[in-house]
Design a protein around this ligand. Structure first.
Ligand SMILES: NC(=O)C1=CN([C@@H]2O[C@H](COP(=O)(O)OP(=O)(O)OC[C@H]3O[C@@H](n4cnc5c(N)ncnc54)[C@H](OP(=O)(O)O)[C@@H]3O)[C@@H](O)[C@H]2O)C=CC1
Ligand SMILES: O=C[C@H](O)[C@@H](O)[C@@H](O)[C@H](O)C(=O)O
Length: 320
């Protein structure tokens, strides 16, 4: 079993495993037996950090895997795990935050989360489905939604709170009224979208970054093949006797951030943990830095003529 290193979060004594297990399997469905089996096998391999979301409907299968792992003695106590979930945009309304978290905990069969994230800096009308309609998109009231997130932490239903897909500008706005600053910002990050500016900003503010879609999420509706098909990454992988996926994960790990990577394939789940006992050298790192940058994630679905996001620029604030 692999022991995964951890990093300290701002909250006293709380740590986050630097490699976590992603659970977004499209199309999203809770009756996915494969998700439960994969999560259980992941625990066997040494994964301790599980990234779920109400949107993915992966909370229930992950919860079942945790219960089984405990009954099999694969972990001695729930405290050995780091469980993340996310508040979906139809619930980013002050009065809906706590009920959404309570529902998430029910799905997982847990008393608390380790990390609760605002999934995306947008709101949808309460009750909106997914995929949502243009008319469903409304502006998010950062101050009141964050207050409700803080309340969740004060009620000890989650150890820490954070955000996802936030730019420097949006973090700045949130920090202006936050009493508890976000512990984490989970964002797209891989060799093709390196997030240099955001990483610098978050480091200065003490906000830990978790990288999602570290392999570019090839084959998903929100993914790109540019990462796995990169000739530079292939060249480095060959020279090291490693795979492109391992080079991506190693590069992210070397930046001092955590990463969540999804595979439901036993061999690839194992491969994705084999990143600790070898190094990328200065030349490899330099080559990766030169890779042309482009964002992969599917933000276009939030852009409408009436706003609040009238362009992709409004979502990402022109930040690269
Ligand atoms: N906060 C947010 O908005 C977002 C959060 N996330 C989170 O991040 C997690 C990871 O990101 P995700 O978007 O899933 O994308 P990843 O970059 O983790 O890529 C996942 C894809 O790569 C394949 N794969 C995994 N390992 C390997 C490997 N070693 N070699 C070749 N192919 C491989 C998987 O297939 P297979 O399963 O067959 O191995 C899957 O198709 C998500 O599952 C989710 O938990 C993701 C997107 C947005
Ligand atoms: O709004 C859309 C969603 O964020 C969609 O992009 C998700 O599936 C996302 O990729 C994720 O995995 O969290």
């Amino acid at each position: 079993m692999v022991t995964i290193p951890v990093a300290a979060l701002t909250s006293k004594g709380k740590t986050i495993p630097l490699v976590g297990f992603g659970t977004a399997e499209y199309p999203f469905s809770s009756s996915n037996e494969a998700s439960k089996e994969a999560a259980l096998h992941a625990i066997r391999l040494g994964y301790r950090h599980f990234d779920t979301a109400a949107l993915y409907q992966s909370e229930q299968p992950v919860g079942e895997a945790i219960a089984e792992a405990l009954s099999l003695g694969l972990v001695k106590s729930r405290d050995e795990l780091f469980i993340t979930s996310k508040l979906w945009a139809s619930n980013t309304h002050r009065h809906l935050v706590l009920p959404a978290l309570q529902n998430t905990l029910k799905n997982l069969g847990l008393e608390y989360l380790d990390l609760y994230l605002i999934h995306f800096p947008a709101s949808l009308r309460p009750g909106s489905g997914y995929p949502f309609k243009e008319d469903d998109i409304v502006a998010m009231d950062y101050e009141s939604v964050w207050e409700a997130m803080e309340e969740c932490q004060l009620l000890r239903l989650t150890k820490t709170i954070g955000v996802s897909n936030f730019t420097c500008k949006k973090l700045h706005k949130l920090l202006a009224t936050a009493k508890i600053p976000p512990a984490v910002n989970q964002v797209e990050m891989n060799p093709v979208w390196q997030q240099k500016k955001l990483r610098e900003f978050c480091e200065e503010k003490g906000i830990h970054i978790t990288a999602y879609s570290p392999l570019g999420a090839k084959g998903t509706p929100w993914g790109t093949s540019r990462v796995m098909d990169s000739e530079i990454l292939k060249e480095i992988a060959t020279s090291k006797g490693k795979t492109v996926a391992q080079v991506c994960l190693k590069w992210i790990y070397a930046q001092g951030v955590s990463v969540v990577v999804k595979s439901f394939d036993k061999e690839r789940m194992k491969e994705n943990l084999d990143i600790f006992d070898w190094k990328l050298n200065a030349e490899d790192l330099h080559k990766i830095e030169q890779i042309p940058q482009s964002r992969g994630s599917l933000a276009e679905i939030y852009v409408t003529e009436k706003g609040p996001f009238k362009s992709i620029e409004d979502i990402w604030d022109g930040e690269i």
